[in-house]
Design a binder for this molecule. Sequence first.
Ligand code: FES
Ligand code: FE
Length: 374
Amino acid sequence: MTAVNLPASLIPTLAGEYYTDPGVFRREQSHIFENMWFCAVRASDLATPGSFRSVQVGRESVLVARGRDGRLRAFLNICRHRGAKLCTDEAGEVKRAFQCPYHAWTYGLDGKLIAAPNLTSMPDIDRTEYGLVAVHLHEWLGYAWVCLADEPPSFAEQVQGAVTERLGSLEAIDAYEIEDLQVGRRITYDVKANWKLIVENFMECYHCATIHPELTEVLPEFADGYAAQFFVGHGAEFGEEIKGFTVDGSEGFDKLPGVHDEQDRRYYAITVKPTVFINLVPDHIIFHRMFPVAQDRTIVECDWLYSKAVVSSGRDVSSSVELFHRVNRQDFDACERCQPAMDSRAYARGGVLVPSEHHIGAFHDWVVSSIGSQ
Ligand code: FES
Ligand code: FE
């Protein structure tokens, strides 16, 4: 961080190298993504036994699969024989087992080694010893969260604690019954920017008036530059003329049944470190999961979740999707504009945060304390 004396209104950001140095990214992979609960997969994407997805968590490929008993399980996506990547597809379905494409070791959906060529001639092999390496998995809000640490941190503290810290209570998010909603639309963005730029951008609204014309129309208070997540429990109120959280303020859908009156006509945003953003509006949820793949590249999978009634009716969700899709593009463009500058000598000692962004300083402190200083 910069050592320059700053006026009280300004506090320093991280130095540019935090966004460009592969060594920093490697420490983030091992100390953050591979140590914390990491939101991996929408559980409903794996609807039937044998369906699977492989996702990148830190330096590891993690395989999440639904078993014949209906349970989701996660494993390192690595064959125990000679280390071939077991599933090379990002998603798919197997009948009963995963078979390694190299020498055909075969694993059940519960990870156990069930077959291998010439296995009978090796009677001393304990099959349970050579199963896939299990990864901790916890389902919440309809997502499978995985943790690669031997001793995972408390889910209640790390994940649910972030929600409580923002909304004031867990009950406030339970009201949306997110686990029962369905994916109405998913858009995947390949963002050429460091994951921290995306987090920092999401945490502030100083940029809203400049780059989000549609959003500030719907949420006029955002034009003042203070993000909804600046104040605990606060949701940004829809403008008077606004009928719904849509690209043109037109009518959305009925509010979700559990949503309280005081949550109606309001937008709440929550950052769940390290890689999740949750946006709540009365009739749908916008749920972002990031997959940092390099110091200058992040895949963002964004789900728009609606009630079963809306999705099964086939009603057109595009005007609500379009609002946050534009916000996403506007935000990611801004992040991509900053990424090359992180390498410039102009940013070697970092930049500054204005008062409405000062809370980002706590995020920077958290990153530094998690990975250790340079
Ligand atoms: Fe998988 Fe040999 S590496 S069976
Ligand atoms: Fe934004």
